[in-house]
Design a protein around this ligand. Structure first.
Ligand code: ASP
Length: 518
């Protein structure tokens, strides 16, 4: 935590650091270790609080009672809160919060109780919260500040990152067939990755525990037809007012408009393209620095959010995280070790093992840095010098891929959101909702920047699309870093395979052209 603050100082320039004494503390502990420590500390404090201070029964003294009631008794334990009171006219009333959603008529969360029975919620807040809940809710406030920071940078980061990627392609003439082939590859492999993710999350069902109750709320949305739901997404892709879309963080609208804007900037070309690219690059650089500074706060954010989750829900929450981790990793490995090698073998006609060996320095760097952008120079060097792919292809496919082709991220987003959905509703989301998740995950992965934890920022898009509370990200935040390492390697691996595929397709089409002309 202390290290996070030190890291931010880095962004104020070297003057703050005495020459020669390069922040030894920071160099010793990499960010992922800080996050791991934050996570463990948060979990340990939270679990201890939950065990030793998670239950409380309060009988409010007569002289403290609000005027309208004559008795008030509150019982608070992890997933269950009960508030009983007697009104001045002698009526006995009660309010219940049941996190497992097993009690009919009970609120699922304290937040829900605030809407349904605000008075009871206020009494609970004033008199009845357990020590674990008081500490947990206070630390949630701090954790939410971290989430707000991530939300703050999301829109400008997506816009500048996308414009940089697309306008980096050069003049309109060079787009042509290569662009189409590349985009086709990106879409096909991302769709395959998402499908694997969906299948895995439906088979493993990591968010469904034995105690889960039926999905009362999901069924309500299932009433809408699939056509209507999908058409709504298409409508969102055509914002009537792009500025309003930016102001209201309508991510789908923002991504589609930015894509169109960048493509037309390339078509217009010349000075205009140069100006647009220069502005976007400058903006992206600043946004990257801001994002990295915010990500440096992740250990504190993770600690607070972990503490909140474990203090208020107890150790049981980890049981489902294990299956969640397993599901994501199994799905990522299936994509990276089966699907992409098959494409390499049969479309690019390359030996997947030799190709992977050639790319290993880039893949390992991607794993440890969790940043496809950071790894890009190394990926280019490996693809060109070790795997022998034409520079013309790699200089086009790789930078664009680092920005918009993220199979690992797309898969991860789909699994994570469906996992959150399973936890939230206690059931698998209906097919319509899963399709929305799939489509938005594809778009979100296109919009994600190639930096650590970018997928986490973009997940907000998908959570919004299916109406899930973004605070529930807190649950998976704890294991995000380790999953980020896996998904970033898959992202880089897919971009690299894309180079071989596009190169092979280019070669074949130019052979065909020359056969036709002779
Ligand atoms: N870290 C990933 C990348 O750089 C993006 C993500 O967070 O999913 O490719």
């Amino acid at each position: 935590m202390f290290f996070s603050l030190l890291r931010i100082i880095q962004y104020r320039g070297p003057l703050l650091r005495p020459k020669g004494k390069q922040n030894i503390l920071m160099m010793k502990l990499a960010l992922h270790w800080q996050i791991a420590i934050g996570m463990t500390l948060g979990a340990l404090i939270g679990i201890s609080l939950n065990i030793y201070g998670g239950t409380r029964t309060t009988i409010v003294q007569v002289d403290e009672l609000p005027a309208a009631i004559t008795s008030l008794e509150i019982h608070d334990s992890s997933n269950h809160i009960r508030i009983d009171w007697t009104t001045a006219s002698g009526d006995k009333r009660s309010a219940i919060v049941d996190g497992t959603r097993k009690t009919p008529g009970a609120a699922a969360t304290v937040d829900e109780l605030r809407h349904t029975q605000p008075e009871a919620a206020a009494w609970f807040h004033q008199f009845g919260r357990s020590t674990a809940r008081v500490v947990g809710e206070t630390s949630q406030l701090i954790g939410n500040l971290f989430l707000r920071l991530l939300q703050m940078v999301a829109v400008p980061l997506i816009i500048t990152s996308l414009i940089c990627g697309i306008t980096g392609l050069g003049d309109a003439a060079s787009l042509g067939g290569m662009f189409l082939r590349t985009i086709l590859y990106y879409i096909c492999t991302s769709a395959a990755a998402i499908t694997i993710g969906l299948v895995a999350v439906n088979i493993f069902r990591p968010g469904i525990t034995e105690n889960a109750a039926p999905a009362v709320q999901v069924v309500e949305t299932a009433g809408q037809s699939l056509g209507t739901l999908l058409f709504e997404q298409v409508e969102r892709m055509i914002p009537t007012n792009p500025i309003a879309a930016i102001a209201n963080s309508h991510f789908l609208s923002i991504i589609s408009f930015t894509l169109a804007f960048s493509i037309f900037a390339v078509i217009v070309g010349g000075k205009t393209l140069k100006a647009v690219r220069a502005a976007a690059e400058a903006g992206f650089e600043v946004m990257m620095a801001m994002t990295m500074a915010i990500i440096a706060l992740a250990p504190i954010g993770v600690l607070c959010l972990m503490l909140f989750v474990t203090a208020t829900q107890g150790p049981a929450v980890f049981a489902s995280l294990f299956w969640y981790l397993l599901t994501v990793v199994a799905a990522l490995l299936t994509h990276a070790l089966i699907v992409l090698p098959l494409i390499l073998r049969f479309v690019a006609r390359r030996d997947p093992i030799a190709y992977a060996k050639a790319l290993s320095p880039a893949l390992l760097t991607a794993f440890s840095s969790a940043s496809s952008n950071g790894t890009l120079p190394l990926t280019m060097a490996c693809v060109e010098n070790r795997a022998g792919v034409d520079n013309r292809i790699s200089s086009f496919v790789l930078p664009l891929g680092a920005t918009i082709n993220m199979d690992g991220t797309a898969l991860y987003e789909a699994v994570a959101v469906l996992f959150i959905g399973q936890l939230y509703y206690g059931a698998v989301l209906p097919l319509e909702q899963q399709l929305i998740v799939a489509i938005t995950a594809l778009l979100a992965s296109i919009g994600a920047a190639g930096i650590p934890h970018a997928g986490l920022v973009m997940m907000i898009v998908i959570l919004q699309a299916v109406g899930l509370p973004i605070e529930m990200q807190g649950i998976i935040l704890a294991v995000d870093r380790v999953l980020d390492m896996f998904r970033t390697s898959v992202n880089v691996w897919s971009d690299s395979c894309g180079c071989a595929v596009v190169a092979a397709l280019e070669q074949r089409s130019s052979k065909n052209r020359s056969v036709k002309t002779t």
